[in-house]
Design a protein around this ligand. Sequence first.
Ligand code: 16G
Ligand code: MG
Length: 545
Amino acid sequence: MAQFQDVSQKSTLHPKPTGLVLQYGTAGFRTNAKQLDHIMYRMGLLATLRSKKTKATIGVMVTASHNPEEDNGVKLIDPMGEMVTPAWEGYATQLANAEQEDLLTALKDIIEREAINMNQEANVFVGKDTRSSSARLSQAVLDGVSALGGHSKDYGLVTTPQLHYMVCCQNTQGRYGEATVEGYYRKLSQAFIQLTKNVPNRTDDQKHLSVDGANGIGALKVREMEGHLKRELQISLFNDGTSGKLNHQCGADHVKVQQKAPTGIEMNTGERCCSFDGDADRIVYYYSDSAGQFHLLDGDKIATLISTFLKELLTQAGLDLKIAVVQTAYANGSSTHYLEDTMKVIVTCTKTGVKHLHHAAQEFDIGVYFEANGHGTVLFSKTAEQKIQQLAKDPNSNDERKRSALLLQNTVNLINQTVGDAISDMLLIEAILAIKGMTVQQWDTIYTDLPNRQLKVKVSDRRVIDTTDAERRAVSPAGLQEAIDSLVKKFRQARSFVRPSGTEDVVRVYSEAETQESADDLAHEVSLAVYRLAGGVGDEPKPLH
Ligand code: 16G
Ligand code: MG
């Protein structure tokens, strides 16, 4: 077929280095940008097949999120704006690793296995972050789409969640919103202004927020959106990409892991600050107190704030909807206790990775999901949205119920339900703090985090570690879990687990305990156990103190 000839011909412009093997990881392919040209071309092909298969528009985002500027990566987006289904992650790996001469065979194998009608039209939306390699790599994706006769729309520079949003808008024929960046700004800013307009006596100080844009795409997009917010939110933007390097000593991942402020931001005592990551699908908040001490409000604190707000509104509205919070093993133990014991909301735990949380959150009327690292959103079931809308329109409901229903309705409109979205999450958090008349300090003191520590251990093959119970227990290698159990017993309020990373060649160790010293000691001792029982390489882990 002529189509396949085109695929072969164009693939010679995007040749695969012989022998190079890459895996579709937790959130797509991600590695040094120099190795990715053939991957991008092939993901253009795969997205076209996926579009033919689903008879819907598919998204391809070129980004490596919080990784260094030299890296790049690609994320595939399914029709409702969610991450691509796991079976197709397998195809992605298969297609990516086929040697040059086997490419057509690998492609035809997928077509056959999925019984794809090659006459079906295909549409692919493409977006990219601000990395210097992104323009070239997104062109490779576009080449892949055209080689298989697909139509593409190049959104150019967008955040990852913006592209997810566009895909969802397109496939719902505009019911979710208009599939343009302007449409996105309009929907979110209108909802934000509606939510905050009746809040009495908001001063300019309360409307002020400092944003660390990680020198990436989020900074550009916040700038673009600012005008739409009509000074109801007054943003001081730092690390806007004009001089600093992407993700370098800044951004959400840096702040969360280092537990300190990014460079390049001016922090005044008690002022709210937040950091985005490199593709703006994560956010964390922080402030410094009068003693100059840094306080981090991570994904767990965000989930607590949002779920508390929603639960209160549901009660005031008299709506009987089941709300749950989905976390991972990294959620601070204090947050889980607070949610379960004080807030009385259902808490479930899943494996690390957005797709697992997203999936679990779909089981409830309202599913709030957040990873501690700041990636998260809220999902509303069809029933929940309908009930909220009905109540907002109901002429017979009393003022309080109606007010709550309207707040809920605007909250739904403010949230990007397709994926975690730093911009949307930021606006939601700002709106909630305004409505509740809460300072960042008051939000922070809802509960106190248990001191914790994360470490990495290098081993010769991290796959020797197998876990169960949402990664909270290790089933192999033999003896490791028993060793962890007995170490945990030595400390008060302690917990620890280990898991192989899905994005780096390391084993991750997490610990928490009553004091920072205990958390550090426990993390170190567990690292030693991993090193000894799971084939550690290099020097033995050293104590932190
Ligand atoms: C990816 C995931 C993130 C997860 C992280 C874990 C998405 C969009 N991103 O960044 O959710 O927390 O991987 O990394 O799914 P790790 O496996 O190296 O600890
Ligand atoms: Mg990201």
